[in-house]
Design a protein around this ligand. Structure first.
Ligand code: ZN
Ligand code: ZN
Length: 305
C-alpha cells in the first residue's frame, strides 16, 4: 500500500497566517529548525495509480500540484483521485471539496451525520450540485463499524470505526455527540494484507481501538497537542485539548504512553497543531518522541507498507 501525506498540520496549518506563537514566528523567521506544513489530508493507493483522498483540506490545490502521483495520466483533463473519504465534517477536512469543483462528478464517502452537517450547517453538498455535482456514498455505521470500498480503488478495503470525539463548532452535534460525527479508518490492502490505521482526531483512547493498534502495520494517529492545556499555556486560546476532541501526547494517559503498548506498527503522529513543540526538530519534546521510535509526519512523506 502507498500512503502519501498531503498535509500533516492541524487546522490553520504551520505557520498559521495570523499566529505569532513561538513555533509560527520561529518557522517564519527561520530561527527554528522546522518544516512548514499544510492542513490535514492523506492519499492512499494499493497500486500507485488509483488514489483515495482521505479528507479534503483547504490546501488541496497546492497539495495535488505538489504530489505528482495525483496528476492525470492521460486525456486532456482528469485525475487519479477516485473518491474522497471524510472522517468528519470539520472545515479543515472538508472545505477542499470546493476546490475540486472544476472536475467531473465528485464521489464522496461519509456518514449520515457528516452528510447532514455538510448539507445544513456548512452546505457544501448543496452548493457543489451547481458545479461538478457530488455523488454521496453512505458510510453506514451499523454497530459502530462498517466496511466499504471506493469505486475505482477496489484494491483497498476500508473499515470505518466510530469514535468519541467532537463534531465541528458549527454542528448542532457539537455538544450532543452522535455516532458518525467522527470516525477512524482501518485500511487494508487486499493483495498484500498490510494495513494502516488513520485516526487524526482521537479524543480518548477507546478500548475498541486496541485490536487495530495491535495488528496494523502502521498507525497514523492524532499528534495535535503535546499538552492538554497547550493552547492556554501558549496564550493563544482558552480551550483544553480534550474540549477540541484531541488526546494530548505527553504525560500520564497520553498518546506516547499508549503507543508503548503496541510493538508491531510503525508509529507516526499526524494532524499537528502549530503550537506543538514536536514541530521544532531540536526540541526536547521532539527528542522524547524520537526516543520512543515515533515519527512525526511531514508534507510529502511517502509511506510504503
Ligand atoms: Zn483537523
Ligand atoms: Zn502558532
Amino acid at each position: 500500500m502507498h500512503i502519501r501525506v498531503l498535509g500533516s498540520a492541524a487546522g490553520g496549518g504551520f505557520p498559521q497566517w495570523n499566529c505569532h506563537c513561538e513555533n509560527c514566528l520561529g518557522v517564519k523567521q527561520g530561527t527554528i529548525e522546522a518544516k512548514p506544513r499544510t492542513q490535514s489530508s492523506i492519499a492512499v493507493s494499493s497500486n500507485g495509480k488509483d488514489w483515495v483522498l482521505i479528507n479534503a483540506s483547504p490546501d488541496i490545490r497546492a497539495q495535488i500540484l505538489g504530489n505528482d502521483v495525483l496528476a492525470a495520466q492521460d486525456g486532456l483533463r482528469g485525475t487519479t483521485i477516485r473518491g474522497v473519504v471524510l472522517i468528519d465534517a470539520q472545515l479543515d477536512h472538508t472545505s477542499g471539496l470546493l476546490f475540486l469543483r472544476e472536475g467531473s462528478l465528485l464521489p464522496v464517502y461519509c456518514t449520515e451525520t457528516v452528510r447532514r452537517d455538510l448539507t445544513v450547517g456548512f452546505p457544501l453538498f448543496a452548493l457543489l450540485k451547481s458545479y461538478c455535482g457530488l455523488e454521496h456514498h453512505l458510510i453506514d455505521l451499523k454497530a459502530g463499524e462498517c466496511r466499504f470500498t471506493v469505486n475505482g480503488a477496489e484494491g483497498l478495503s476500508m473499515k470505518a470505526i466510530a469514535l468519541k470525539s467532537k463534531a465541528p463548532p458549527y454542528s448542532p452535534n457539537r455538544e450532543n455527540p452522535q455516532v458518525g460525527d467522527n470516525i477512524a479508518l482501518h485500511i487494508t490492502d487486499k493483495a498484500s494484507g498490510k494495513s494502516v490505521l488513520y485516526a487524526p482526531g482521537l479524543g480518548t483512547f477507546e478500548p475498541h481501538l486496541e485490536p487495530y493498534f495491535a495488528s496494523s502495520d502502521c498507525v497514523l494517529v492524532d499528534g495535535t497537542f503535546w499538552l492538554e492545556d497547550e493552547m492556554i499555556r501558549a496564550g493563544v486560546g482558552r480551550k483544553y485539548a480534550s474540549e477540541m476532541g484531541h488526546l494530548y501526547l505527553y504525560g500520564e494517559g497520553g498518546m506516547i504512553e499508549i503507543l508503548k503498548n503496541f510493538p508491531k506498527p510503525r508509529k507516526i503522529l499526524i494532524h499537528i497543531n502549530n503550537t506543538n513543540p514536536i514541530l521544532n526538530e531540536r526540541s526536547t519534546a521532539r527528542n522524547r518522541v524520537s526516543d520512543e521510535r515515533i515519527e512525526v509526519a511531514y508534507d510529502g512523506m511517502d509511506i510504503k507498507i
